[in-house]
Design a protein around this ligand. Sequence first.
Ligand SMILES: [Zn+2]
Length: 107
Amino acid sequence: MAGVILRRAYGCYNCRKQVALHDDIVKKNFVAGHRKRAFLFSHVKNVVTGPKTDRPKLTGVHMVADVHCSDCGEVLGWRYEKVYNEAHNYKLSKTVLVKYKIVKLDW
Ligand SMILES: [Zn+2]
């Protein structure tokens, strides 16, 4: 294993399927709701998205789609499909994974 650097990954807390890489975190101290911490990821994998819906968030109404683990179906967060306020454009097409719903894999 000499010289091999494993990329730090996160998995679904329920089935440990790998869903995201630490390097893909855009924003670490994301607040996803009342006292709910989350990470904003540029991209995730092994997930499926649900229907797009307009949903009120702390920062206003955004169009989001729930993100589910592709293996066990657990809801892990959501993806921003549309933002109605330019100040939040950086969230567009990015995915929020709630901190307590993901676990560090082998690191
Ligand atoms: Zn899972």
